[in-house]
Design a protein around this ligand. Structure first.
Ligand code: F6P
Length: 324
């Protein structure tokens, strides 16, 4: 088993709250294990361009509570090419970086799989995304914080919805996944969620309107996933098909990605960061650290990024029962 003496750590793709707690945990536990740690700035782009600084225990002081990422992040087009990855590998050799910890979502971890395959680089992935769309983990770093942020916003929007007898379509992030939409709808007591995973082929809008009418409610909140036209699309439909309703749209946007991580995300990130270094020490390669039933698990990165994580049918039924 090859002993790893120095690692590089980077955050890539969309930032998510808790990334700093993960950077801190990886840095401190790597130093604890006798490794040198290099912080790579701006994700894969920084690895290509050599934007790298050695990190010490003090470099990550006073960061656990901060949102965003102190290492900055980017979505790198260059890293999608073989030439880009060759440059990234050359930088690793120049700095003596033997292995990488990559914190990011689907796209970032897919890049890690390519680099590992082409240059035999040991990589450990940490799931850092608000979307919660990675297979093999119950939660991703940042998801809980984003969910809480959404719920706080929807609670406020409801005040206006109720006062003015309006239907609000609130659009939330999640890319192709509906976890944020479905669970925020349950937590905020919304009347419906429109998510990409609901494959019943029932017209989700029509069924919501019918249920709304049956209850003769004057105001409603519908949480809509950003995919397929998002909230605007549904608001337009209601304006045309049900002109008797007073409709508004609220797109929460990037405020969902910001802010202090919740205690849950800080603990998750800390556990996953320590587990990443333990995984290297145990000889693990090219796995993502996940959490299943509150236990740390290793998931081959290639599986984590390829398999679509399903939404529990039970969540769909909970919302529909509670909103009748
Ligand atoms: O993957 C995280 C995410 O916030 C998605 O929910 C969203 O679709 C996307 O990133 C937005 O990306 P950007 O910040 O590049 O607009």
């Amino acid at each position: 088993m090859r002993t790893i003496n120095s690692i590089g750590i980077l955050t890539s793709g969309g930032d998510s709250p808790g990334m700093n707690a993960a950077i801190r945990a990886v840095t401190r536990s790597a130093i604890y294990s006798g490794m040198k740690v290099f912080g790579i700035y701006r994700g894969w782009e920084g690895l290509i361009n050599g934007e790298i600084k050695e990190l010490t225990t003090e470099s990550v002081s006073n960061t656990i509570q901060r949102g965003g990422t102190i290492l900055k992040t980017a979505r790198s087009e260059a890293f999608r090419t073989v030439e880009g990855r060759q440059k990234a590998y050359d930088t690793m050799c120049r700095f003596g970086i033997e292995a990488l910890v990559v914190i990011g979502g689907n796209g970032s971890l897919s890049g890690a799989v390519e680099l590992a395959r082409e240059f035999d680089v040991p990589v450990i992935g940490l799931p850092g995304t608000i979307d919660n769309d990675l297979y093999g983990t119950d939660s991703t770093i940042g998801y809980d914080t984003a969910l809480n942020t959404i719920v706080e916003c929807v609670d406020k929007i409801r005040d206006t919805a109720t006062s003015h007898d309006r239907i609000f379509f609130v659009e939330v992030m999640g890319r192709d996944a509906g976890f944020l939409a479905q669970n925020s709808a349950i937590a905020a007591g919304a009347e419906a969620a429109i998510i990409p995973e609901d494959e019943t082929h029932i017209d989700q809008l029509a069924s919501f309107i019918e249920r709304g009418i049956r209850k003769s409610k004057n105001s409603s909140i519908v949480i809509v996933s950003e995919k397929d036209g998002g909230a605007m699309h549904y608001a337009e439909r209601v304006r045309k098909e049900y002109p008797q309703y007073n409709v508004r749209v609220s797109i929460l946007g990037h405020l969902q990605r910001g802010g202090k991580p919740t205690a849950y995300d800080r603990i998750l990130a800390s556990r996953m960061g320590v587990a990443a270094i333990e995984a290297f020490n145990e000889g693990q390669r090219n796995v993502m650290i996940g959490i299943k039933d509150d236990k740390i698990v290793y998931v081959p990165i290639a599986r984590a990024v390829k398999i679509n994580r399903p939404i529990e049918k039970e969540l769909i039924s909970v919302l529909s029962i509670l909103s009748t």
